[in-house]
Design a protein around this ligand. Structure first.
Ligand SMILES: Nc1ncnc2c1ncn2[C@@H]1O[C@H](COP(=O)(O)OP(=O)(O)OP(=O)(O)O)[C@@H](O)[C@H]1O
Length: 630
């Protein structure tokens, strides 16, 4: 068959598939309309049910059951609406570009052509007109070269096939503009074409042209820690976004986008990548910058940004300061904190007075005494839990005496009619004497006065983590750093704390200390955590992240050649410390050495400026020679 004929035939198939997409889109819209009306109906009758007389106990029970039933109905209609919305979304994505690849396979003598796109399309007879790029069989498109190949079936076993053809399409607005047959994983021609178009301010998905190494990143589901070292422009960020889409597809029932967090370098970056997942029919994951993460946990403090720190380092960075910084970023500090808390005498722990309107309600000394009376053999967090419970009991007693104070009596006397009515309705039964009623109101108002103190106890604010950290620093002994220099650093941290300012490493260390003391700070719900530009984060941070998200699989990406923010030489770099940080976890390392961002000429030019040992391959995209202007 001539090329032209083949293209015509392929175009006919595209037209046919788009017709099917449009039909399904129309049906889906109609169903959505019905689902929407259904929900509105259920919601409005929900209101009527709630109005039923609730005075008689029997009626009340009946009403509760009816309300529960209505709630379930609303939940069901919302759910079916959201399924339909997702379907509509996927169909809209297929409408202009139904697929980008085709593979022909021979499986046990049965020949089949499969088309691969951003999501599956199934006709009324259950026939797959398009396979989702994440479906097990689609891995053949990314992995296999022509000839013998295999893929993992949904049941987990390997199926052998003969890969007969691999074809790549560029389809725009329903028209095939380009079509290549290739023997390679994903052919150069296709990649050239995609790369030549990359000029947007937003990152694009790379679904049609994922490269072999990138595909390993995307499809890894077994490693606890997946580490990607990739040269600039090698597609690390692109690969992790595709990976998120892949993970969401394969664990739909167990993972949702909210259980995935990406640590990103800054907010601009979040904007830059914001369109990739939606273009693959998925919701964006949660994104957080290091500064956000730390600031949220150190309320009221300003945290130094990595960039500010970089600028400060440029001005003055004597050797002793560098040694201190390296210690503060290291795993050694992480371990020293654990060790300190195991052996520390309790009087070196610092507590805060619990005060209200400038008056001490429970003093630091009282708290320390309560803490010291808890059994020493218990783990710290348990001693704190017991301290907390006793503080709450003590606060209850203080509420009782506060309730008898003149101050509260006056508050009760001055209650407005509306407030008096409110308290009466909500807290007083009808069989109490006037005196009893008065005691109840006094107690209630006293309790409300002290509510901020209850909150402070619940949130562990009675522990002074900052002073405890300074105590910890005071007993650290660093070889090669004079006592005076170290004390000078402690004074400067103290001063920073006074000014409600923290440097990044102090901020992380203090959080870890707080968590160890209180047994808090861990989030077990997060399933996947991604750290982009890993080289900018310290080993201390990596260890802390593992503590915070114990159940998350980690994907760490970076390029140690792009390290501008940390104080590390290469041997102690976060990358090199990974085996020590994640000791008993399965780790996979992947390297990406081909840079796709720039033309061959630019990459070759950059290579001349770099160390001869740096391994960067340029992808053969042509462009003009760069000119030196310096
Ligand atoms: N397989 C691919 N197909 C098409 N384009 C690709 C592919 N891989 C990477 N690119 C393109 O190369 C450019 C660089 O990719 P990306 O930003 O993901 O790299 P990076 O390794 O994260 O870079 P950096 O280290 O500088 O942050 C992007 O424009 C991306 O779209």
């Amino acid at each position: 068959m001539t090329q032209n004929n083949e293209k015509q035939q392929e175009q006919q198939r595209v037209d046919f598939v788009i017709d099917e997409v449009n039909t399904q889109l129309k049906d889906t819209k109609e169903q959505l309309d019905i689902a929407f009306k259904e929900r509105r109906k259920v919601e409005s009758s929900y209101g009527d049910t709630a109005k039923v007389n609730t005075i008689e106990v029997d009626d009340q029970m009946e009403t509760n059951a009816a309300i529960q039933q209505q709630k379930q109905l609303v939940a069901l209609t919302v759910e079916s609406e959201s399924i339909l919305e997702n379907k509509e979304n996927s169909l809209n994505l297929l409408k202009n570009t139904p697929y980008f690849g085709r593979i022909d396979i021979d499986e046990d003598g049965e020949k089949e052509s499969l088309y691969i796109g951003t999501s599956s399309l199934i006709d009324d007879d259950g026939e797959f007109l398009v396979y989702d790029w994440r479906a097990p069989i689609s891995s053949l498109y990314y992995n296999g070269t022509l000839g013998k190949a295999s893929y993992q079936t949904p049941t987990g076993h390997l199926a052998d096939v003969e890969l007969l053809k691999k074809r790549q399409f560029k389809i725009e607005n329903g028209l095939i503009t380009k079509m290549f047959d290739t023997n390679e994983t994903v052919g150069d021609e296709m990649l050239q074409d995609v790369l030549n178009e990359n000029s947007d301010t937003h990152l694009k998905n790379i679904v049609a042209s994922v490269q072999h190494q990138q595909n390993k990143i995307i499809r890894d589901t077994s490693s606890d820690v997946l580490v990607v070292q990739g040269v600039a422009g090698s597609g690390k960020t692109s690969a992790i976004l595709q990976r998120i889409a892949y993970l969401l597809y394969h664990s739909r029932s167990e993972i949702n986008a909210d259980q995935i967090i990406l640590f990103s370098p800054n907010h601009l970056f979040s904007h830059y990548i914001s369109e990739v997942l939606p273009s693959l029919g998925e919701k964006n994951m949660r994104q957080v910058t290091l500064a956000d993460f730390l600031m949220r946990r150190h309320e009221g403090f300003r945290i130094e940004s990595l960039f500010d720190r970089f600028e400060r380092d440029q001005n003055k960075f004597p050797e002793a300061a560098q040694t201190i910084r390296q210690f503060k970023e290291s795993l050694a500090l992480y371990e020293a904190l654990q060790d300190y808390l195991k052996r520390t005498p309790s009087d070196t722990l610092a507590f805060n007075d619990l005060t209200l309107n400038g008056e001490v309600v429970i003093s630091q000394d009282e708290i320390l005494k309560i803490y010291q009376k808890t059994p020493q053999k218990l783990v710290l967090s348990e001693r704190f839990r017991q301290t907390k419970n006793q503080l709450i009991a003590l606060l209850k007693k203080r509420v009782v005496s506060h309730a008898e104070s003149r101050d509260v009596e006056e508050q009760v006397e001055n209650l407005s009619d509306a407030d008096f009515h409110y308290y009466h309705e909500n807290f007083v039964n009808h069989d109490e004497t006037i005196d009893e009623e008065r005691d109840i109101l006094n107690y209630q108002l006293a309790k409300e006065d002290y509510q901020p103190l209850y909150d402070a106890i619940y949130n562990d604010l009675f522990i002074d983590n900052y002073q405890t950290y300074l105590q910890f620093l005071k007993q650290v002994n660093l070889p090669n750093v004079s006592k005076d220099t170290f004390e000078e650093m402690i004074r400067s941290v103290d001063q920073d704390i006074e000014n409600h300012f923290l440097r990044v490493d102090d901020a992380i260390a203090i959080l870890y200390l707080r968590d160890l003391l209180t047994g808090s700070g861990q989030n077990f719900a997060i399933k996947h955590l991604f750290v982009d530009e890993m080289q900018d984060y310290s080993p201390l941070f990596m260890a802390y992240i593992r503590h915070c998200f114990p159940k998350a699989k980690l994907t760490l990406l970076g390029d140690y050649k792009q390290n501008i923010f940390s104080s590390y030489d290469t041997e102690n770099s976060t990358y090199d410390q990974i085996p020590n940080i994640f000791q008993n976890e399965s780790k996979t390392y992947i390297e990406l050495n081909t840079s796709y961002r720039c033309s061959k000429q630019i990459t070759e030019f950059a290579k001349e400026l770099l160390d001869k040992n740096d391994h960067i391959d340029s992808f053969s995209r042509q462009g003009p020679n760069p000119k030196r202007t310096f």
